[in-house]
Design a protein around this ligand. Structure first.
Ligand code: ZN
Length: 491
């Protein structure tokens, strides 16, 4: 690492400019890329970091021209990583691409652009608030041909100790596509927040919407309390799909846009789901409307991931330079899909002995709600819920979580701290205990191994055949480890 610092220093002292500076930055970035390839984690962002240290933002603008067709940036609250992976799997079947996911920064995007001979760059970009990201600047620098929105939900209400109001959070997401003058924006029609971003952008460029065209699965599902992103009045929902996703309208005239790509049929079996995707999507490379009709098999991975898949197929059909391949490529890729596509700590349903256990991260209200909804499809008897709490100052996340915990209708809730504060967890437990039969386990963060083995213990010794384990907690340190420990008990 010292060598790199030295190199950066020399180049800066030399006061390089223009072409030489770009070339030096590129060579150094590529050198770093080949060097860190063997290492883990850092390889996704360090070469880009080095490139940006040596080069300037002007150099990045130059580098952004590397993909022959262009770059696609994926953002949203939940599902970014899975969606980025799926888009990459589909596009790379048709053309050479570079991609980066799970590392959410401009450094990671820059690293991805340090590739030769590519048609596309596909990059995940996370935006928590304007202070910690500069989405409009990123758009100007990378000049993407596509900005893709998965969904926008309430999450971390505190970012680095500063309150992050939802309207500002939504605005930050919108800014990522605001400077776009050409290309296509992909929005979730069923999510009023991302749909509103598309509605505003429609006057300038093409927007391809995706959404479900199904009956509500559960007619008793509570209608969510969602404000119109345009005027602030309460939205009226006629159909609900999941959480705030559904068919909605507002007195101001804002309503759910008609999706260009729809999921029109869904049949579920224990190990596989069957879906029909159909519609007509504007394709950026041919500048034509492409009809799409697909019957495909997917893993039984929850409604949430169906949205990710629908989003990925819509994005792929919008940008592939081989639209004649759409049907065969989607079939080929979905046929070989399994749950390993999901990030390691994500929700999964497993058979353990005579029990059915749903386990995985549910960090924000929307994610936990999706997990509960998915698990409840399988629950035929009493359910035990091991709930891992948010931290101090995350009362808003807890408020959303509490609704989901109650909706799951568990016989018993086992409350375990998910984050650092055991005191905060105890306070959340007290509120849960007012509503449901609950026990509290004050397991400290520092003794994570003990926390994990107690959770495994609770599952294995639970009197209930159905056990749901979800809530907050570190993705790898807690969830991925828990899942692999549980899998050692699988039959
Ligand atoms: Zn309105």
């Amino acid at each position: 690492m010292e060598e790199f610092k030295y190199l950066v220093g020399i180049v800066r002292c030399m006061g390089l400019s223009g072409k030489i500076r770009f070339k030096t930055a590129k060579v150094s970035g590529k050198l770093a890329k080949s060097l860190v390839k063997v290492g883990k984690g850092m390889g996704k962002s360090f070469p880009g970091y080095l490139f940006l240290k040596i080069g300037s933002y002007d150099c990045l603008k130059e580098l952004a021209k590397t993909p022959r067709v262009g770059s696609i940036i994926v953002t949203g609250t939940n599902g970014k990583t899975t969606t980025t992976k799926l888009i990459s799997l589909l596009l790379e079947n048709d053309a050479p691409i570079s991609y980066n996911y799970d590392s959410n920064t401009l450094n990671a995007i820059t690293t991805g652009l340090l590739s030769n001979n590519i048609d596309y760059g596909v990059f995940e970009y996370g935006i928590r608030d304007v202070a910690h990201a500069f989405p409009d600047e990123v758009c100007k620098l990378v000049a993407p041909i596509g900005v893709v929105y998965t969904n926008v939900s309430r999450e971390h209400s505190l970012v680095a100790g500063v309150s992050n109001p939802f309207d500002k959070y939504l605005m930050a997401k919108e800014l990522l596509c605001t400077p776009m003058k050409t290309g296509v924006v992909i929005c979730n029609a069923d999510d009023p927040r991302t749909a509103s971003i598309g509605t505003k952008k429609e006057a300038e460029i093409r927007v391809n919407y995706y959404g479900f065209d199904l009956e509500s699965e559960d007619k008793t599902m509570a209608k969510p309390d969602v404000d119109c992103p345009l005027c602030g009045s309460k939205l009226e929902y006629s159909t609900m799909f999941s959480n705030h996703r559904g068919k909605y309208s507002c007195q101001c005239g804002f309503e759910r846009p008609e999706p260009n790509m729809k999921l029109t049929e869904l049949t579920k079996e224990f190990d596989a789901w069957y879906v029909t995707l159909e519609g007509e999507v504007y394709n950026h490379t041919t500048e034509k409307e492409i009809p799409v009709f697909l019957k495909i098999k997917t893993p039984a991975f929850g409604l949430y991931n169906l949205y990710n898949l629908l989003c990925a197929v819509t994005t792929y059909a919008s940008f592939t330079n081989k639209p004649e391949n759409i049907e065969s490529t989607v079939k080929k890729i979905t046929n070989s899909l399994d749950l390993s596509i999901l990030p390691p700590g994500r929700f999964e349903i497993m058979k353990v002995g005579d029990k059915l256990v749903g386990m995985g991260q549910g960090d924000n209200g929307d994610a936990l709600n999706a997990n509960v909804q998915f698990m409840c499809e399988y629950v035929k008897d009493d359910l035990g819920f091991i709930y891992t709490t948010p931290d101090t100052g995350e009362d808003e996340i807890f408020e959303d979580h509490l609704q989901s915990v109650i909706a799951a209708n568990p016989k018993k809730v086992y409350v375990v701290p998910g984050r650092t504060s055991v005191d905060a967890a105890k306070n959340y437990y007290k509120i849960i205990a007012e509503n449901l039969d609950a026990d509290f386990y004050p397991l400290p963060y520092k003794e994570m191994e003990e926390r994990r083995s107690k959770i495994i213990d609770l599952i294995l010794n639970s009197p209930y055949k159905y056990v749901l384990v979800s809530g907050c907690g570190p993705e790898h340190y807690m969830w991925a480890e828990l899942k692999s420990e549980l899998k050692t008990h699988m039959n």
